[in-house]
Structures are given as structure tokens and as C-alpha cells.
Design a binder for this molecule. Structure first.
Ligand SMILES: C[S@@+](CC[C@H](N)C(=O)[O-])C[C@H]1O[C@@H](n2cnc3c(N)ncnc32)[C@H](O)[C@@H]1O
Length: 232
């Protein structure tokens, strides 16, 4: 089945219907809500989190006083690293999970603003950010949600802005295929599909971005890619 057929099927089944506006369903960071308080500890044990996020920020290249959105900010670790830069950035974290936002607020204090995502429409005006960054979020989203949020992120990004997505991509070796398969079994098998078969970038293009792969990391959970998205 082609990507377009897949999206049509999802729309027919009502997935991603705007009727869900006041009751956004989301996938918890580690699949189960009870694991959320342990997210930081678990992720550090499994992957070189700080190195990966530092590299994502180096690709983002934030400039003095720019407005930066972290889409699906989780516990705020990426925002914390951004806040350590001497750049007076206006940092905003967005996440649908109130429990994880509570952890982020405790960690970051007033160095960033946090917004809870209640609907599929991002709570920002058009062109509200020069930079958008997002790590390990899109593999939790179904295809129609991936496309929808990419379009929303395009809307809130300035025309000359840049977005960096760091997330699971196509495995780059046989061993990585195996690691990725195991991760998919424990995580969300269905939403990983277009991430690991290499078709995720075509959704980015459909949303109006020019896409470049800037790098990758081989980890025991699979191959992480850094994508740069620039509005076309
Ligand atoms: C694996 S965690 C990654 C958190 C953080 N970005 C990081 O790198 O540590 C995935 C995050 O995506 C959030 N999320 C789930 N559905 C979302 C959606 N529709 N929009 C934005 N964030 C979402 C979850 O609440 C969770 O915090």
C-alpha cells in the first residue's frame, strides 16, 4: 500500500479526526504512564542522551534572542541544554502530558515557558518561532498525525526558520535492524513503520519542507537520524 493510500485509509477510519479536539489522546513517553517519573533515568541508561541532544542543538544553530520551540519537550532535558547557552533565547516547551510537564517545570523553572497541548492545533500564532526542535516524538505518531503536526510546525515556523528532528530512522546495518525490531516490539510497532522504512522524509516534504539528513547515531535501540527541515 502506498503512503497516500495509507493516509486515506487512516482518514476513513476517523483517526486524527478534529472531533478529538478537546480530548487529545497521546502516547506516554515510555509507553506506560507509571514509567514517566523514571524517564530521565531510563533513557540515560539506554542511549547517550546528552551527546545526542547536544548534537541536535549544534545542528539547530540557535542565534541570539531567537524564539525556539521544543515540540514534545518531555522532561525538558533539551530545553535545559539550550538554556545553558549564553544567547537569551525565548524557550518554549510543548507537550500533551501534564505529568511530564510537571517534571520539566521543576527542572527548568522560569528559564523556559511550558504549554500543554490540549488539541491538535498548536497553541501559537503563525511564524511564532525562528527555530523548532523535536527529539524522539514523531515515532509515537501515526502517519496522519505525523503529517498534521509537520504542517502545524511549518505554520508556526518563520519562512526563514529551521527545524531539527532527531528520531528513529532507517536502520543502517543488519545489527541495527535487529535492535530496531526489538525496540519496535516494546514500543509502538505501528507508528514506527514509516520511520524505519525510510518514508518519513516524504511526509516532511508533503508538509512543505526541504529535507536534509545531517547525521546519524547507531544506538542499542536503533539508528537515530538528524533531519534538517527548511520551509520551501
Ligand atoms: C519519548 S518522549 C521524548 C521526550 C523528549 N523530547 C526527549 O527527547 O527526551 C516523547 C514525548 O512526546 C510527547 N507526545 C506524545 N504525543 C504528542 C503529540 N501529539 N504532540 C506533542 N508531543 C507529544 C510525549 O508526551 C512525550 O513527552
Amino acid at each position: 500500500m502506498t503512503l497516500k493510500q495509507n493516509l486515506k485509509k487512516l482518514h476513513k477510519t476517523g483517526a486524527g479526526d478534529l472531533k478529538t479536539l478537546s480530548n487529545l489522546k497521546f502516547y506516554p513517553a515510555l509507553k506506560y504512564h507509571f514509567l514517566t517519573p523514571f524517564y530521565d533515568v531510563i533513557i540515560k541508561l539506554l542511549v547517550p542522551e546528552k551527546r545526542i541532544k547536544t548534537r541536535a542543538i549544534s545542528f539547530l544553530k540557535p542565534l541570539h534572542e531567537e524564539r525556539v520551540l521544543d515540540f514534545g519537550c518531555g522532561t525538558g532535558s533539551l530545553l535545559e541544554l539550550l538554556s545553558q547557552k549564553d544567547l537569551k533565547l525565548q524557550l518554549v516547551g510543548l507537550d500533551p502530558d501534564p505529568a511530564i510537564l510537571k517534571i520539566a517545570r521543576t527542572k527548568i523553572g522560569d528559564r523556559a515557558k511550558f504549554n500543554q497541548l490540549y488539541t491538535r492545533v498548536l497553541p501559537f500564532q503563525n511564524a511564532a518561532f525562528e527555530k523548532v526542535i523535536s527529539s524522539w516524538v514523531f515515532h509515537h505518531l501515526r502517519d496522519d498525525d505525523k503529517l498534521h503536526y509537520l504542517r502545524e510546525l511549518r505554520r508556526v515556523l518563520t519562512d526563514g526558520g529551521t527545524m531539527i528532528i532527531a528520531d528513529w530512522g532507517q536502520p543502517s546495518s543488519r545489527m541495527q535492524h535487529l535492535f530496531c525490531f526489538v525496540t519496535r516490539l516494546f514500543d509502538n510497532f505501528e507508528t514506527f513503520e514509516n520511520q524505519v522504512n525510510g518514508r518519513f522524509p516524504s511526509l516532511m516534504e508533503m508538509a512543505g519542507f526541504q529535507v536534509t539528513v545531517l547525521g546519524e547515531e547507531k544506538t542499542i535501540l536503533g539508528t537515530l537520524k538528524y533531519w534538517q527541515l527548511c520551509p520551501r
